[in-house]
Design a protein around this ligand. Structure first.
Ligand code: TRP
Length: 385
């Protein structure tokens, strides 16, 4: 049974190689991250650039090229090295609970905040999710906002330097910027970038202006241009292409970007909120255990075959969970990789080992998440900071 799935996925990789789709709202097919760099026209994050970041080479996400692509990081670092501060901006579209795939860029953003000792705006786009998800009401997306904020705070951002902006609550601080942005973006640009149709609701067409706003907010508040760095999944790049195009027209710097890969779901493919393959921060240990033990792997159909032929970590979401998040030691990761390839490591044991990493990680997160309930006020954006 397993071998059938295994082969069909491999067939799929061959057939769909050119057939994947990455937009801010939809990721389908087998994502080729190298092709995205040329499709989107971004640049690879080179070792030279990484070593210019304080602690860059020690950072797991950078070293392993989980965050692997960028726009204008060289320019940002030049300016930083000359003593100019910058600020970070990232966000979350609150449509459902938080899973591990969401947390990965947040953890990286917290590390960037620590590395550079900088301010962060975290945008909660409850408006976006209301507009783009047919079935969601504004109450739904507000509820998800509050729920997701607990996870964001639990990741450990510095409350003195982090402000969470909730679009529907804090719109008065964004609206003037969004208006100025929207006046510079034509409908034909929005159609070309996002694939909008005549049947698209008009709120969705305007929305990108709202996602641009925090990239300029720091400059408006400071009264002078302050460079902005946006860590995000590469699927968000289309929004910021627009932001960068309009920036000079409005007298701002273009924001710099650092793009991450997306954590694959445990049944293969992006860890989607609709599938059952994502590990949520509210899952019980029993649910997590079940998801991990049922995960798709790069394994063979029988123990005998696996011992003889080895398995394929490159297509295995269990392996990717170690690589992307849960095994910080390169040496230990390398051992898992080669033991998998050689057939020394069987999938059942590998999954149990992964559980021994995930369960304490989630336990700790759940504790921090509970503590976050009393700390929401510490992160409220009040304008002017
Ligand atoms: N659109 C993003 C999402 O759906 C949310 C978001 C808003 C964001 N601003 C951002 C993500 C800046 C990364 C960086 O999740």
């Amino acid at each position: 049974m397993l071998i059938v799935r295994h082969l069909s996925i491999r067939e799929g990789v061959r057939m769909e190689k050119d057939d994947f789709k990455v937009t801010p709202w939809e990721v389908t097919g087998d994502v080729d991250y190298d092709k995205l760099v040329s499709r989107f026209g971004t640049s690879y994050l080179t070792d030279d650039l990484i070593s210019r970041m304080p602690g860059g080479r020690e950072n797991m996400f950078l070293r392993r090229k989980i965050f692997y692509s960028h726009r204008d990081i060289g320019w940002l670092l030049d300016s930083y090295e000359r003593g100019n501060p910058f600020y970070l901006y990232t966000g979350r579209g609150p449509s459902s609970g938080t899973h591990l795939g969401h947390m990965l860029p947040w953890i990286f953003t917290r590390q960037l905040q620590e590395m550079f000792d900088v301010h962060l705006y975290f945008q909660m786009t409850d408006d976006e999710k209301f507009l783009f998800k047919e079935q969601l009401t504004l109450d739904d997306t507000r509820r998800a906002t509050l729920d997701n904020m607990l996870d964001i705070i639990a990741v450990g951002f510095d409350p003195a330097r982090t402000r969470i902006i909730v679009d529907t609550r804090d719109i008065s601080h964004l609206y003037n910027i969004a208006l100025r942005v929207s006046k510079k973006v034509t409908f034909s640009t929005a159609k070309a970038v996002f694939g909008f149709k005549n049947s698209t609701n008009i709120g969705s067409i305007f929305y990108t202006a709202i996602q641009s706003a925090p990239a300029f907010l720091g400059s408006d508040i400071a009264g002078t241009n302050v460079p902005c760095l946006i860590p995000c999944g590469i699927d968000q790049d289309p929004h910021f292409r627009i932001t960068r195009d309009v920036a000079p027209l409005l007298g701002y710097n273009k924001p710099a970007l650092i793009h991450g890969k997306m954590l694959p779901g445990l049944s293969g493919g992006k860890m989607s909120s609709s599938g059952n393959a994502a590990i949520y921060t509210t899952d019980s240990d029993a649910e997590i255990r079940k998801k991990v033990m049922n995960a798709f792997t790069g394994g063979r159909s029988t123990v005998e075959e696996q011992r003889r032929l080895g398995a394929d970590p490159d297509i295995c979401p269990v392996y990717h969970h170690y690589e992307f998040l849960l095994e910080p030691s390169d040496e230990a990761l390398g051992r898992i990789y080669s033991d998998c390839r050689s057939g020394a490591l069987l999938c059942g044991d590998c999954k149990k080992h992964l559980l021994s990493k995930i369960l304490p990680f989630m336990q700790k997160h759940r504790e921090n998440r509970e503590k976050a309930r009393d700390r929401l006020d510490d992160f409220v954006f009040r304008g002017g900071e």
